[in-house]
Write a protein that binds this ligand. Sequence first.
Ligand SMILES: O=C(O)CCC(=O)C(=O)O
Ligand SMILES: [Fe+2]
Length: 315
Amino acid sequence: MPIPIHDDSTDANFADGIAAGTSSVREFPPLEHFRVQNIPPAAYYIPDFITKEEEEYLLRKVVDESPQPKWKKVGTGRRLQYWGGTMSKNGILLPEPLPDFLTSFPDIIYRIESFLKTGSVKGKEKMELGIVQVLVNEYLPGQGISPHEDGPAFQPLVATLSLGSHTVLDLHHYLNPTKPSPPMISHSEDQGGKTIAAIPLAHLLLMPRSLLVLRSSLYTSHLHSIAAKEEDLIVHRPITLSGNASLNGDEGDVNGGGVEIANMDLLGDAEIVDSLKNTGRWKGRRDTRVSLTFRKAEKVLKGGALGAMANALKR
Ligand SMILES: O=C(O)CCC(=O)C(=O)O
Ligand SMILES: [Fe+2]
């Protein structure tokens, strides 16, 4: 089935963008345009990174047509799949070729790589992912993922595509026991000997078809999680003369269980933004969400399937 072309190239604001991928002529402004403000460096939220047709196609390939044994169930009931290979116990990726539906039609990997390059700063910073593995997570309503780091086996630059449903990703930092920040400490959990803040540092609303890019310290010294919920309540308190309504700390009781999100200005969803601005809240029931996390292993077993895949990525 051909993927319909999604064309925003007539929008003058997109003039600095890039031709993103061979299966779509969609152009985006450079990565920096999508940076989430007021959180540690760095997170980028890109709404509508893929079209509805591409979303349906990917869901069909990943969920309906992928062989049952590919799925692994994890403790909380969530299912996951690995494409591009799995990690050995000592942190070396045993590579396998990535499937055509990620590399050629639609060419999602090329699109992500081309887009990330727009965030490179000449002579300073190279934004290249060199995707070798794609992790697929499927969350039914009520399922989540507890606070974790993706770990040192992967490069501190990951991109996650959301399909099928919105969710809220929470970002946490480790509490420094010598310098406690008072509003953060209501209770805390222990993670491998380090204490993490019980109240997340920030929340990001991830809509279907969006891409989230996390890098640098947000990847290396923070944790991320998704609360196991069937419904999300987002609240918005306008900035007052006495300063910004805090994004962290006193949320729970004051907001009636709702959370403020750090990426409201990047959401690109008029209905949600209007509701937040006019009523101060938005409530959404979660549906089944499938996420695709694109990442690069620090160490990959040389030869074999890797050669074939590297050739496929060159083009
Ligand atoms: O589903 C997501 O957006 C995040 C998945 C994730 O953090 C992981 O599997 O490590
Ligand atoms: Fe993760």
